[in-house]
Design a protein around this ligand. Structure first.
Ligand code: TMP
Ligand code: ASP
Length: 277
């Protein structure tokens, strides 16, 4: 793809900048080395992080597209930049947890690493000022952050992403403990996976040793942050095209996101978060 010129900066977040292009439907995302944690109360830089997160996202998003998950990703442009579809970000962070860790472990008083069955999918309000508070579906709808239908699609897509990523990271010798997704709505009204998937937004433990290979090394001052990020990239790149142990799935569901099976998804959501926050 011919490299579009970056025009004015539209937005600067904690870890990325977004630039306009001459095409109103496309923007350039530039990944920074800046790192924050605990809703930006802790700040620092991780040398080379922007390059790793750009590369890891640019590797995984096309694979997720092939798996049937629509994304904003179009092309990697350079070491730090990628071209994506312009979207309006839905202010609902979707957290997927295969094992207890982080705020889940502390909130419920359980040990980090405890497997969660079923997988827990949480919604949080995207607001650093408020500390990204968890919210259930009714809260998100009542506050006007998403429609009921959008939340169902977010839930389904997050579960699909998890099915793929669990197998994809496993083949790279990594245990996917939890991760955060963000979605956006394109100019045509399509809901797509946006933002990034990287060691900033996932907890990844070495499958053999349990060593943390993600942003917890920065959050918890464990040292070896840069090495961990590079190791995740190296392992993913070394396993491109490897056979994955994916769960059986119905292709029709992936292609059309039909809502037939929502009754049991509702049951999960309501079972997890029965009361309004
Ligand atoms: P938590 O344990 O702090 O709730 O985080 C769960 C997962 O979501 C973990 O992999 C880190 C990721 N995450 C982000 O990427 N950004 C955020 O703002 C938050 C709150 C979590
Ligand atoms: N990304 C969030 C922050 O910058 C939360 C985190 O990753 O710990 O504070």
């Amino acid at each position: 793809m011919e490299r579009p010129d970056a025009r004015e900066m539209l937005y600067e977040g904690k870890a990325k900048q977004v630039f306009a292009t001459d095409d109103p439907e496309r923007v350039i995302v530039r990944y920074k080395d800046d790192a924050t944690a605990f809703n930006a109360q802790k700040r620092g830089t991780v040398a080379g992080k922007g390059e790793v997160n750009n590369a890891v996202t640019a590797l995984l998003y096309p694979e997720l597209e092939d798996f049937g998950v629509p994304t904003h990703f179009l092309a990697r442009l350079s070491e730090r930049e990628q071209l994506v579809r312009r979207v309006r970000i839905v202010p609902v962070e979707v957290i997927v947890r295969n094992r207890a860790a982080g705020t889940f472990a502390s909130r419920y008083g359980v040990a980090e690493g405890r497997p969660l069955d079923p997988t827990v999918i949480e919604f949080c309000l995207k607001s650093d000022a408020l500390g990204d508070p968890p919210m259930n579906a009714a809260t998100a709808v009542a506050l006007g952050h998403a429609s009921e239908e959008e939340l169902e699609t977010l839930f389904d897509l997050a579960a699909e992403v998890n099915d793929y990523l669990l197998a994809r990271f496993a083949v790279a010798g990594l245990d996917l403990v939890d991760f955060k997704l963000e979605f956006g709505v394109t100019g045509d009204g399509e809901l797509v996976l946006a933002d990034e998937i990287s060691p900033d937004t996932c907890r990844l433990w070495d499958a053999e040793t349990g060593e943390k290979l993600d942003k917890d090394r920065f959050r918890r001052d464990l040292g070896g942050v840069e090495e961990a990020y590079h190791e995740v990239r190296r392992r993913l790149e070394a396993t491109v095209g490897a056979a994955l142990d994916l769960p059986e799935h119905d292709d029709a569901d992936h292609e059309h996101h039909d809502h037939e099976h929502h009754d049991h998804l509702h049951a999960h959501r309501e079972g997890e978060e029965p009361h309004d926050a």
